[in-house]
Design a binder for this molecule. Structure first.
Ligand code: ADP
Ligand code: ASP
Ligand code: MG
Length: 920
């Protein structure tokens, strides 16, 4: 068995298979152009044979191998003039990932992009068609586990490529590709058979097999480009890239040998468009190898460096590097720029959009990498370059200290603990020496400064061996009690926050940990590299996505993102929703205020959303997706979202039961905004405890729209009080309805007639007695009285009702309206008396702060008094204060109606946002 596998390994290591070379595709068919094509033929293979002194195994010569030999002869005869490689920024390097070449249509697309790139010289690195590398690994796995199905699986690979070639090519191009493909498949079949018999595949054998996907995609792409009339050569990078394997999943490029290989190759293939295989390379011993999974990015970067290219564009299936894995992150955003360091940290910590090794080769020469989406050419992508360039181009982004987050799953934490470790030199070395001996990869290390414990993360699959190695290495210390334990914490993940100098910026890590704490995530270990580009935390695996979302939203959502729950989508509530809909984008773009309505609830149904209801469609959505109303569930949903830093409930009802919840909500940190008067005009102790709560916490309670709708009445009063003025009296016309009625109750008109007119115009409640009774005005008076510091109950306010005593118990509004004219006399008399005295009647609410009283009554005012000159349904409020003693401070304007009331609530929401830190 051993000798068989050695034999396989040797045959795989010899590049004995004919180079599948469409660069010479027409050779075998058109001998007459053979000579002119000679220079295009990659001589490096035969020359490598010569260099290493290898001989072709018997029976391996194919037609093209024979051609190789003759071309080699030609070159040795110096009939080929070697061309020097023109390095520098005339070269632009592209790399197309597997998804970019996943179908024949996509390969055509790629060809278009290459042809349209107007760079003088282009080197294109291409991956295998998507899934093909997986399929190739699967062949190996099947064969070595002696599963016969490898044969059928190989047929699928053949069929996939043959079908794609048929779609793309025709004539000689197709024939030569297919002939090469069949030859490769036959060889693979033989090799897999050997693996099947051996029950084992060596690493180099595996690498040789799995690299075929790239060989085929590169050849097909180059033929499609040629078909479009553009001359191009394809490069089997095993002839150029020389790497030294350093571990089972890493290789180090040998730049000097690769440079030689490239110069040699180029001298024989001096093309302006080169299609190169990603992923594959050779060792200095000329054994085929790979750059390991996802290594094509790395291939492109090495090529970029060898060519000293102007830039390397990595084409993939996303718009660029996102601030977090778009499959896991919450509303991840595209990063316009990243420094090399940041990109490295992101990719090292799991952002698989870029292979971690990609950065180093290009960084050496300051070659920028651009990550772009092949499916969205309009997206500019992410540029990865030196920070100095970013600083020039994108000043704002540098201020953004956290660029992104990445996660690695399937880790275990090993904790070596004990008092005997402190101050003992060599402990760390002994620990990591033992870890190295079992070949485990340490992903992060953290040691407390007390030196009491060292903990580190390793891949879950390696932890058992690591723990055993440590147990045996420290047996004595454990027995002697110098070490208390070697503990393993399984099922962990790493979350890394990456950003230029983020760790050195005060407050950044605090915010990170704060966000984790708010989402109730326990941090098991922390590491901060002294590069300060990265803070890494180890958390439980099941918390990983929650943690990622929590920290991401904390840094990427605006500080003033507010999750809102709207209660009562009636006239005012729905007007508010419409206003929010119309203004949302301006607020977001210009003021960085992001208002998300996460739920809308009425007395019967509710609509909930995870990320914000589309306010253009909330009515339809409610009909489609609404569920039975449940206030507890509603509040829990709106507030339970850990990703949005603030929650506000907007109560647009006039319900006292809802108002009864404010206390509880404020206690939970939920801000409350409302036009509902019930809480502030309800029992005094309830009001006082609400206000106390509001003052003790940083939770806000705003209720501007409870008095005068959108007019700035509460805020004016607060402003006066907070700046040390003393309120003497507040007197005002607080009811739009009664304002309208008394503004029009003149010129001998009957009171009932004016009431009927107001009702008709929609200024009154359905039952006008609700306005005429004065209770609503009394509630506003009590709100202002309490705001001014008076400790009054609603029942302490005498209210002059305008509903005649006998009509208070009328069954219906209609009956009331019918009966009302009978009592016109009463008010007509008062009106006439006033008129005769040169005065008008006004229904007012008064807060007499000096005498600690409030009242609601009809009062007479001189015709030149500001209250006498109102129109429509205007409200007017006069504040007489120590500062405004002779001339009261007056606020006047429309004080009722859905638009202005909703506007008042909206401005409270914005006030909340500004308290939370929105820019002014
Ligand atoms: P390709 O085959 O083109 O090399 P990959 O699958 O290797 O593509 O990488 C692209 C994928 O990386 C994206 O589809 C995306 O799902 C994933 N990804 C993970 N993290 C990130 C990130 N931070 N930004 C962008 N993409 C990411
Ligand atoms: N085809 C290889 C892989 O899937 C390399 C790459 O696509 O980057 O791992
Ligand atoms: Mg990739």
């Amino acid at each position: 068995m051993a000798s068989l596998s050695a034999a396989i390994s040797r045959s795989s290591s010899s590049p004995c298979f004919p180079p599948p070379n469409p660069n010479t595709a027409s050779l075998s068919h058109h001998r007459n152009i053979f000579h002119s094509q000679c220079r295009a033929f990659p001589l490096s293979r035969p020359s490598l044979f010569l260099r290493k002194g290898l001989t072709l195994p018997p029976g391996r010569e194919s037609q093209s191998t024979r051609i190789c030999a003759s071309v080699a002869d030609v070159s040795l005869n110096l009939s080929v003039e070697e061309k020097q490689l023109p390095k520098g920024d005339t070269w632009s390097v592209h790399k197309f990932g597997g998804t970019c070449v996943g179908t024949s249509q996509r390969i055509k697309n790629v060809a278009d992009i290459i042809i349209k790139d107007d760079s003088e010289r282009k080197l294109v690195v291409v991956s295998a068609m998507s899934k093909v590398t997986d399929m190739m690994y699967d062949l190996i796995n099947k064969a070595q586990s002696r599963d016969e199905n490898y044969v059928a699986a190989l047929d699928v690979v053949l069929e996939k490529h043959s079908q794609t070639a048929h779609d793309l090519l025709d004539g000689d191009h197709l024939a030569s590709f297919l002939s090469q493909l069949h030859q490769d498949i036959n060889n693979l079949k033989a090799m897999l058979r050997a693996i099947y018999i051996a029950g084992h595949a060596t690493e180099s054998f595996t690498d040789f097999v799995v690299g075929h996907g790239e060989l085929w995609s590169a050849q097909m792409l180059s033929l499609v480009i040629r078909k479009n009339g553009v001359d191009c050569k394809w490069m089997d990078t095993r002839e150029v890239l020389i790497v030294n394997p350093t571990s089972s999943n890493q290789v180090d490029p040998d730049y000097s040998l690769s440079q030689q290989g490239l110069e040699k190759w180029y001298s024989l293939n001096p093309a302006k468009v080169i299609i190169a295989t990603g992923f594959i390379a050779s060792t200095p011993q000329n054994i085929p190898t790979t750059l390991k999974r996802d290594g094509s990015d790395f291939s492109a970067a090495i090529m970029g460096a060898l060519f000293r290219a102007r830039q390397v564009t990595i084409w993939t299936d996303v718009d660029g590097v996102f601030s977090a894995d778009p499959r896991k992150g919450f509303e991840a955003v595209i990063l316009k720029t990243l420094s090399y360091q940041e990109a490295w940290e992101m990719s090292y910590f799991g952002a698989n959009v870029l292979h971690p090794r990609t950065i180093i080769p290009v960084m050496r020469y300051g070659i920028p990498i651009i990550i772009r989406n092949i499916f969205n050419l309009s997206a500019p992508g992410t540029k990865i370059c030196h920070p100095s360039v970013i600083e020039d181009e994108d000043k704002q982004d540098l201020q953004n200290f956290v660029k992104g987050f990445a996660t690695i799953d399937n880790l275990a934490l090993v904790n070596v603990e004990g008092t005997g470790m402190a101050g003992v030199p060599g402990t760390a070395s002994a620990i990591f020496g033992a870890v190295k001996d079992v070949g485990a990869n340490v992903i992060m290390i953290s040691q407390a400064s007390s030196e009491h414990s060292v903990c580190f993360a390793v891949p879950e699959k390696e932890v058992k061996a690591v723990a055993e190695a440590l147990q045996s290495r420290f047996r004595q210390a454990l027995d002697a009690g110098r070490l208390s334990q070697v503990a393993v914490v399984p099922n962990c993940s790493i979350l890394a926050a990456v950003g230029q100098k983020m760790a050195s910026t005060p407050g950044v890590s605090a915010t990170l940990f704060n966000a984790l704490a708010k989402a109730s995530i326990n941090v098991r270990a922390i590491a901060q590299g002294c590069s300060e580009y990265n803070i890494t935390v180890v958390i439980k695996r099941e918390d990983c996505i929650k943690a990622l979302r929590a920290v991401h939203s904390r840094f990427y959502l605006s500080r003033t993102t507010i999750a809102m729950g709207i209660i009562g989508p009636g006239l005012i509530g729905s007007t508010l929703l419409d206003q929010l809909r119309d203004q949302a984008s301006v607020l977001k773009e210009e003021f960085n205020i992001d208002l998300r309505v996460m739920g809308i609830i009425s007395s019967k149904s509710m609509l909930l959303s995870e990320s914000g209801i589309d306010l253009a469609r909330w009515r339809e959505l409610r009909d489609e997706k609404g569920e039975v109303a449940n206030l507890d569930k509603f509040v829990h949903h709106v507030h339970g979202n850990h990703f949005i830093p603030n929650t506000a409930i907007v109560d647009c009802t006039s319900d006292s039961i809802i108002a009864g919840h404010y206390n509880d909500w404020l206690r939970k940190g939920i801000h409350v905004v409302t036009p509902n008067k019930k809480a502030n005009s309800g029992p005094l102790d309830q009001y006082l405890s609400l206000r106390a709560l509001q003052r003790q916490s940083y939770t806000h309670y705003f209720y501007e729209a409870t008095v005068g709708a959108g007019l700035p009445i509460i805020s004016t009063l607060r402003g006066l009080l907070e700046t040390g003025d003393r309120i003497l009296q507040i007197e005002g016309i607080f009811s739009g309805t009664l304002s309208y009625i008394f503004n029009n109750f003149k010129d001998g008109r009957a009171f009932s007639e004016v009431v009927a007119e107001a009702k008709e115009a929609g200024y009154t409640e359905p039952d006008p007695r609700d306005d005429l009774s004065g209770t609503d005005v009394a509630r506003k008076v009590i709100i202002l009285a309490r705001e001014s510091g008076l400790k009054l109950e609603l029942s302490d306010i005498p209210v002059e009702s305008l509903v005649p005593e006998p009509l208070r118990d009328c069954a219906s509004a209609q009956e009331f309206m019918q009966q009302l004219p009978k009592f016109d006399q009463l008010l007509s008399k008062k009106q006439e008396e006033a008129e005769n005295a040169g005065e008008v009647l006004r229904y007012v609410g008064v807060v007499d702060v000096t005498n600690k009283k409030g009242t609601v009554e009809l009062r007479r005012y001189k015709k030149d008094h500001p209250f006498a000159h109102l129109s429509g349904s205007d409200n007017i409020i006069a504040f007489t204060t120590r500062r405004y003693q002779n001339q009261p401070l007056i606020v006047r304007g429309p004080g009722a109606g859905a638009q202005v009331t909703a506007g008042g609530i909206f401005s409270d929401i914005l006030r909340l946002a500004s308290y939370l830190g929105a820019p002014s």
